[in-house]
Design a protein. Sequence first.
Length: 270
Amino acid sequence: MSHQEFDELASLHALGALDGEDLARFTSHLAGCEECRRAVAEHEKAAEALALSLAPVRPSPAVKEGLLDRVRPRRASSPFGWKISAAACLLAAVALGFLYSGARSEMKSREIEVLKVQEELAEARRGTDRLLVQIRAATGKVDDLEKQLASHRKDLERLARMDALIRDIQSQIQPFKGTDLAKGAEGRIVWKGKELYWTSTLPPLVAGKVYELWALVDDKPVPAGTYDAKGNLIAAYWKVPEGAAIKGFAISLEDKAVDAPTQVVMLPAQ
């Protein structure tokens, strides 16, 4: 038997379709032929790949027997009958190879599509993260602006009341000037009894500090409340005796409300 004939038997052997003398001769030849072993391995892989690509279906006994009968080699009266069968099996193996190649190509195409979708998903996630950062930053700015707006509204309300009090002919007005602790600072205060409002150019308070207002009664300072640098009330208290004559006001910088000023920063302007 020529080597070409053995090569034709490789597909049959991979399918388990050899028997009798053909199986014995091919098995003996296979032990010493690397090329035939490689051919058998390739046909087995192609058949296995095709089988794995299909959904499993349990055939009926009749279908199974018919399939085995079709792939089982038949002896023909002609000495070339087995070659015809082998050629048919080889053709089937080639068809299986094409199917396997097509399946691999389809799998590769799907892998590429999956990678594309994954890249688009990653980019969408990055875009979402960027938007979240912008939203957080915008939210912080909105909060700051709302705080500034609330502060401006408070200033407007205070100045409007101060303007109304200035128009009252019974009110009194006193300008301030800064001491050596607040050089260049100035301001004014308007009051009528316990109602009073003041403004100044004092520097903003640092944490843990307050500006305390002092009513000058008989040339003695009497506590009259704590304020911020603009004159907005922080803590209201009035220790001026009822009916006492107020000669003017001064302002000191304190850690908290005290009964006697420690760091006088504003005095009545002469």
